[in-house]
Design a protein around this ligand. Structure first.
Ligand code: ATP
Ligand code: MG
Length: 269
């Protein structure tokens, strides 16, 4: 089972949106995937319909010893399940925050997961906090959404030193690549910044697919669903998300867990 994360040091970078759409696309390609909403703000649930927002989740596993399997939500895509964050009080949250830094809570979740997933993808809250570090400690590969604007580019190097620090403490976590998102090609400054970014990073550090700024993301979120399910008409951005996931697979991050494409996909899960 591969353990991946989407994480940005900068808030509002599109992490949750990317995590949801990557998870969906990976499931579409035959991987059994669990998307874990590891953000106490419940970003995954907030992006989806009411049913998910009121469901039990990670914090019920942590605080109330609920069985993980009882908190998993199945989706229209049979190979994609969700583990929402759930709801807890301020006092409980404070307790969790102080317990989470060493990663043990999240490791427990991974250890207790049923053997039903090829990939676990964590949506990690943005910013540098003991909580985020706790999640990052237990994953293997981190994808970093990157908006081409000065603030985001300036804080981006923090991720690399953060992950290096975790590795020096024994974690296996690695930087998998930055994913350009909310890309606005019509803004001349973005091309200048992109050039600077490309010059400052090794070429393999930036994935080639660039997710554009597209109002369809907000519209599909308003409807509590994903871009590919919002409209039955395929959109150019949907095609780019497909390219992004193909690229992730080609890079080999999940290839060793690849589903055997000759195997039939079962109807009943
Ligand atoms: N490519 C995009 N084009 C247009 N809007 C987008 C795009 N990606 C995300 N958004 C919108 O931007 C907002 C923030 O996105 P999202 O919640 O994914 O960011 P985040 O990094 O997870 O934020 P947070 O730091 O709060 O967790 C949402 O309203 C989302 O619909
Ligand atoms: Mg988020």
């Amino acid at each position: 089972m591969k353990k991946l994360a989407v994480y940005s040091p900068k808030g509002g970078s599109g992490s949750t949106t990317l995590a949801l759409h990557i998870a969906y696309e990976l499931a579409h390609r035959g991987y059994r995937i669990l998307l874990v909403d590891a953000d106490p703000q419940g970003g995954v649930a907030a992006s989806l319909q009411e049913k998910v927002r009121s469901s039990k989740g990670l914090c019920d596993v942590f605080l109330r010893d609920n069985a993980i399997e009882a908190c998993l939500i199945k989706t229209r895509q049979p190979l994609l399940s969700l583990l929402p964050f759930g709801a807890c009080s301020t006092a409980e949250l404070q307790q969790l925050m102080s317990d989470a830094a060493d990663g043990w809570l999240f490791q427990r979740v991974l250890d207790e997961l049923p053997d039903a997933f090829d990939i676990v993808l964590f949506d990690v809250p943005s910013g540098v906090s003991p909580w985020s570090l706790g999640v990052l400690r237990v994953v293997e590969q981190v994808f970093v959404p990157l908006v081409v604007e000065p603030m985001a580019l300036r804080v981006f190097p923090q991720v690399l030193s953060l992950l290096a620090g975790l590795r020096s403490e024994g974690s296996l976590v690695e930087f998998a690549g930055a994913i350009l998102t909310m890309w606005r090609s019509e803004q001349p400054y973005t091309w200048t910044l992109l050039k600077e970014l490309r010059a400052s990073l090794p070429s393999q550090a930036l994935l080639q697919a660039m997710v554009p700024w597209d109002p369809l993301f907000v519209q599909s979120q308003m409807a509590g669903t994903l871009l590919g399910l919002y409209s039955r008409e395929p959109s150019p951005t949907q095609g780019i998300l497909g390219q992004l996931v193909d690229e992730i697979l080609r890079l080999g991050f999940v290839a060793e867990e690849a589903a055997d494409e000759s195997e039939p996909i079962s109807l009943v899960v």
